[in-house]
Design a protein around this ligand. Structure first.
Ligand SMILES: [Zn+2]
Length: 148
């Protein structure tokens, strides 16, 4: 006699390719198909992929994208400023002209790709609303399944 496995309440979910999803998200594309756009505005994530229909309205990127952008840009700009200062010792106005605009430009350039990668990471791990067993209390009106 064999015993049936205990019902854990967790449905079987196929594994998702994390690296492919991260690369697609970083390119601001749908982590599922890699073709549909992930953003409808600079930092506004689409509700659903226009190509494959994957839902993204329940992502919870929150303030993780700016946190990682600060981390990345800081690790690029600060060493460069230190190298320039120790090797060339330019006047302070040169530092202000160099690093201020570079910091702003890198931050703006990285914010959308980093947010895309974080949404893709959540999707690949079935986090939050990406989990079919998760009850989404934050779904936009009309996005909830109300049954047949
Ligand atoms: Zn898609």
């Amino acid at each position: 006699m064999t015993m049936a496995p205990a019902n854990t309440g967790i449905s079987e979910r196929p594994a998702r390719d994390m690296l492919a999803a991260l690369a697609r998200g970083f390119r601001c594309r749908c982590p599922n198909c890699g073709e549909g756009r992930l953003f409808r505005a600079f930092l506004k994530v689409v509700d659903h992929c226009e190509v494959c229909g994957a839902a993204f309205h329940h992502h919870r990127a929150d303030d993780a994208p700016p946190y990682f952008v600060i981390l990345i840009v800081g690790h690029i700009v600060v060493p460069m400023a230190l190298v320039v200062e120790t090797s060339l010792a330019p006047p302070y106005w040169v530092h202000a002209v160099l690093w201020g605009p570079l910091t702003i430009a890198l931050s703006l350039a990285l914010l959308q790709p980093v947010k895309g990668a974080i949404v893709a990471w959540q999707w690949a791990h079935y986090m939050h609303g990406f989990d079919p067993d998760h009850e989404d209390h934050h779904a936009p009106p009309g996005a909830r399944w109300s049954g047949p």
